[in-house]
Design a protein around this ligand. Sequence first.
Ligand code: NI
Ligand code: NI
Length: 138
Amino acid sequence: MENVTRVGVSLEPDLLEKFDRLIKKKGYANRSEAVRDLARKAISESDIEEGEGDVLGTFTYVYDHDQSDLLQKLLHKQHHHAGHVHIKTSLHIHMDEKYCLEVMVIEGDVAEVRRLSDEIRALKGVLFGELVVTKPVI
Ligand code: NI
Ligand code: NI
């Protein structure tokens, strides 16, 4: 195994029992792997909350392509967004005769990624939009 430091952790029996049940349910091979993932998740969430550094976000949204001017507005937002954000790729699915679903992968400062997603969600004809921000901690 790569270079690691062993640490001892004291837990109340009740908490340990619940934790062991959880890690079994989630499919972890052992407690160490579960604790490492929890630490990475906590660090990542804290970085995202504090808005520090670049992140990758996936923004999934559904819109009505018959809504007048919406396609123009969406393209404009995607090409002429303010600040340091890049749309790395996007995926488009024609759901039915009226609605489209798109998934955009956005890279940039977390506040800017959030702002672009908020602006798209607020457009008339966009029915749903959910941003998932990822900042991997190695
Ligand atoms: Ni384009
Ligand atoms: Ni479509």
